[in-house]
Design a protein around this ligand. Structure first.
Ligand code: UDP
Ligand code: MG
Length: 193
């Protein structure tokens, strides 16, 4: 069940000095850091990381905005000019590419049993407003689609984390060369497995 997953500390978590606090949570749960680099992201990498052609991803983002508006009783057409999840998703994607190329990020590969699902559980819901206390987004942020769209920017939710195993494989390969990923034992591995 050993998996690798990609975590990006987005510009808001780096700028807020939360890298150590959040990394420590991943380490304590037993996830192993097998790659890490501090970097400025170029547009080419950002475009590939947030692919406009991946319908499920684009529609998913638009859908989250629509759900948030429905919860708040807000008309999406009045607010963002559309009720089409694809159209809204593409707009958010542009903001994401601008955001992730504008300031430094830390890219990390975490390894461990069920790493993809485990990291998503720890990170919490996409909308910090909805993410439970105890999750990283729930404990350190409060943003919503509503606030983000009003500001014409993406939701500030600290981290990117791969959503599923196939996404994790694509993203780890995209962000790291194989010689940048290391292999080693942690002392508690024998006890934990
Ligand atoms: N996002 C946004 N508004 C939305 C939905 C998503 O700004 O209504 C941003 C948010 O920063 C999120 C990113 O788009 O982290 C990618 O969306 P995805 O659905 O993949 O959420 P995640 O996997 O990050 O939880
Ligand atoms: Mg995602």
């Amino acid at each position: 069940m050993k998996e690798q997953t990609l975590v990006i500390f987005k510009p808001d978590s780096v700028a807020r000095g939360l890298v150590g606090t959040i990394t420590s949570r991943f380490e304590k749960v037993g996830l192993k850091i097998v790659a890490a680099k501090m970097m400025m992201v170029n547009r080419e990498l950002a475009d590939k990381h947030y692919p406009a052609s991946r319908e499920a991803f684009i529609n998913g983002m638009g859908g989250k905005t629509l759900e948030n508006y429905q919860d708040m009783g807000i008309d999406p057409v009045k607010e963002v000019g559309s009720a089409d999840p694809h159209e809204i998703g593409l707009k958010i994607r542009e903001w994401l590419v601008d955001m992730i190329t504008a300031a430094p990020v830390l890219a990390v590969v975490l390894e461990g049993p069920h790493a993809v699902e485990l990291v998503r559980k720890m990170v919490g819901h996409t909308l910090p407003l909805k993410s439970a206390p105890g999750t990283i987004r729930g404990d350190y942020s409060f943003d919503s689609s509503y606030l983000a769209n009003v500001g014409k920017r993406p939701i500030k939710n600290l981290l990117h984390a791969s959503g599923q195993l196939d996404e994790a494989k694509y993203e780890v390969d995209l962000w790291f060369n194989s010689d940048e990923i290391v292999s080693y034992e942690r002392v508690e591995e024998d006890i934990m497995r």
